[in-house]
Design a protein around this ligand. Sequence first.
Ligand SMILES: *Cc1c(COP(=O)(O)O)cnc(C)c1O
Length: 225
Amino acid sequence: MNTTTQRYNDVMARIDRAAAKSGRAATDITLVAVSKTFAAEDIEPVLELGHRVFGENRVQESQGKWPALKQAHADTSLHLIGPLQTNKAREAVALFDAIETLDREKLARTLAKEVQSAGNSPELFIQVNTGNEPQKAGMLPDEADAFLKLCLGTYDLAVTGVMCIPPFDEDPVPHFTLLADIAKRNGLAKLSMGMSGDFETAIELGATHVRVGSAIFGSRTQVGG
Ligand SMILES: *Cc1c(COP(=O)(O)O)cnc(C)c1O
């Protein structure tokens, strides 16, 4: 039987191997354990192992379970990896340590305002729609550089990286490569890419953050969760 602990240890070992294979230090890669749809009692075993970086895709769901978990484990870092509506920006700034889905000017403007009134800022990643998919969130690759300048300059936001979610049915390599190029030419240190099915590939292409859910917590029952 596969337990969360076994699966977590297996993912960590696979990260080590992928890092070694590409001559990188495993400590340069942050595992964002994606706990969306899972309850606090499912997350606790991973906290018990000493893991402290988690990802969630919904603000409201996170508000239900994370304040108590964070209180019990003060050094926890929580990443928002799902779309953020501007009317949830205040709550997101209050709860999340990183927001990986900054993808439009209206959100940049709102976050700038909320960060200023909160007096603290989550770390920010610009989401890039590397597949130019019409229905998907994210800045188009051609517009990413200009948007980054706007975020850093006009809005004075703490953008340190980029993230992508490649099209579901495509080879992720060109998408990871494109994202790495955007980060490099803009001098951004952080690269959030790779999920359960492709995190080793992402590490070989430079990922500093891999977002892994089902390979740790098991399969999600909620479709699209
Ligand atoms: C759910 C989700 C993940 C994790 O997906 P798995 O395939 O379960 O590892 C990673 N990134 C984002 C943006 C997600 O929504």
